[in-house]
Design a protein around this ligand. Structure first.
Ligand SMILES: [Zn+2]
Length: 464
């Protein structure tokens, strides 16, 4: 099917050229998965001295994806293409979120800690956007989820009250920062009531985060020299080791001390962590894919040279305590696992095919983005009404039934014609494809292929 603006696009797969963000916490040069994926995606060279932090796939204005048309990459962004072809989103999505992709998809390569941050809920996001449109560019909330590709470390949510009590005893520097302001506050050993525990956490955290910089700096210096001394006579805890690492990356920063308040999460490859609105978190290291509602609103309070909004951050947090939920992925078929967070806008599937394997992603009433992470294979689509069963994949023969053009089967569009050749359905690492609503996607490989699919949460479509 030739891609033309204002035609019906059900059944097309649209190639995208994606945007890279070179934030200074990104992994440098060829070591960075973001760099390698971006380089394959846009067919460009990796700059060996540059940080490659995030690859963005979606419609956000701060890093738009572009549609690859018949004449290569034009100046048509996915956002403007979608707005001219709203049927590719499906009625349900347009009805609920308007004419835009409700989610954004990313690859992350994290060399050092990102800021301690939280993302506002919808109500607060709207308020902040009105108040400071230059800082808070979106009126939308930004729940997010990372799926680890390597071991991936993060701080996420507050530790339990029991753990907090232990921390206040073992890290006396905390009370040195907050204690003066609370001379009557002693360790709340008698606090059994959950509400009171939350109040205590909130008061001590706010005091810590709003302490004067010279007080913070003195406490961090004291903490670090104590840990360096004790390191000679005992094994430091992983939290203490983290404090040393964070101080090295962000000297004298309040985040070094604040890190003791948060859960230290280590994801194994294939595990996922989701972040609800108003929950504090900081990604520390590793590589992952990430999906989120389309928004870039971040309220920061530590481990960053960027703008901090300590008051807003402290007042927006839920102060929920305890370990976060880790998703392992639920198998949907032999090759595919689904990561389903409690958010309507998105979910992620990971598919790993080995030699000769094939799989079908059934048509859904919403849009999807496919990222081919590595390997190579073939993709083609059928519109939902005319879905044909998949023949067993054969080797690269042009008479393969899988790739024979017919009225109900369309190999990848753009460029495409009625005499589609094999290469038109070929995909490899770095390819990013937009699949319109109601499109069934067939994938196969002769070698191996690893891909991710981001789409609207399927539970949205089963609600009646
Ligand atoms: Zn975040």
């Amino acid at each position: 099917m030739v891609m033309e603006i204002n035609n019906k696009h059900e059944g097309d797969l649209i190639r995208l050229k994606c945007w890279v963000q070179n934030y200074d916490w990104g992994i440098i040069g060829n070591e960075s998965l973001v760099a390698r994926t971006f380089s394959s995606n846009c067919d460009c060279e990796i700059e060996e001295s540059k940080h490659y932090a995030e690859l963005w796939m979606g419609t956000h204005d701060s890093g738009p994806s572009y549609v690859v048309g018949e004449k290569g990459i034009g100046n048509v962004s996915l956002k403007s293409w979608v707005s001219e072809n709203p049927e590719v989103l499906g009625d349900l999505v347009v009805g609920k979120w308007g004419v835009d992709l409700p989610f954004m998809f990313k690859v992350l390569s994290v060399a050092r800690a990102l800021s301690i941050q939280a993302h506002p809920d919808k109500e607060l996001a709207g308020f902040l956007h009105t108040l400071k449109p230059n800082v808070y560019k979106d009126a939308n909330h930004k729940p997010e989820m990372v799926v680890a590709l390597t071991e991936f470390e993060a701080l996420c949510g507050f530790i339990s009250f029991k753990e907090l009590e232990a921390v206040l005893e073992s890290v006396p520097e905390i009370m040195e920062v907050v204690g003066n302001a609370y001379p009557d506050q002693v360790l709340p050993v008698n606090v059994q009531n959950e509400e009171k525990q939350t109040q205590f956490l909130q008061s001590i955290f706010i005091k810590l985060m709003s302490a004067e910089s010279k007080v913070v700096s003195a406490a961090v210096t004291k903490l670090i020299s104590r840990l360096n001394m004790e390191n000679k006579t005992r094994q430091l805890t992983s939290k203490e080791e983290l404090a040393l690492k964070l101080e090295n990356e962000h000297p004298h920063d309040i985040g070094v001390i604040a890190s003791f308040f948060f859960n230290h999460v280590r994801l194994n490859p294939g595990e996922a962590l989701y972040i609800s609105p108003n929950e504090p978190h900081a990604y520390l290291g590793g590589e992952s894919v990430e999906c989120m509602a389309t928004s870039d609103n971040v309220v920061r309070a530590g481990l960053t040279p960027k703008h901090r909004d300590v008051k807003i951050l402290c007042s927006m947090l839920t102060y929920k305590q305890g370990s976060p939920e880790i998703l392992k992925g639920v198998p949907v078929n032999e090759y595919t696992k689904r990561y389903n967070p409690p958010f309507e806008e998105f979910e992620v599937e990971q598919c790993v095919l080995d030699q000769g394997a094939s799989v079908i992603f059934p048509a859904v009433p919403g849009p999807s983005i496919f990222l081919v992470l590595s390997g190579q294979g073939f993709m083609y689509t059928t519109s939902s009404a005319a879905a044909a069963p998949l023949s067993s994949p054969s080797s690269s023969s042009s008479s393969s039934p899988m790739l024979s053009p017919s009225s109900s089967i369309s190999p990848m569009s753009s460029p495409s014609s009625s005499s589609s050749s094999l290469t038109e359905g070929m995909v490899r690492g770095g390819d990013v494809l937009f699949a319109p609503a109601n499109t069934e996607v067939h994938v196969s490989t002769d070698s191996d292929l690893r891909l991710f699919k981001a789409g609207v949460n399927h539970l949205m479509f089963t609600k009646t």
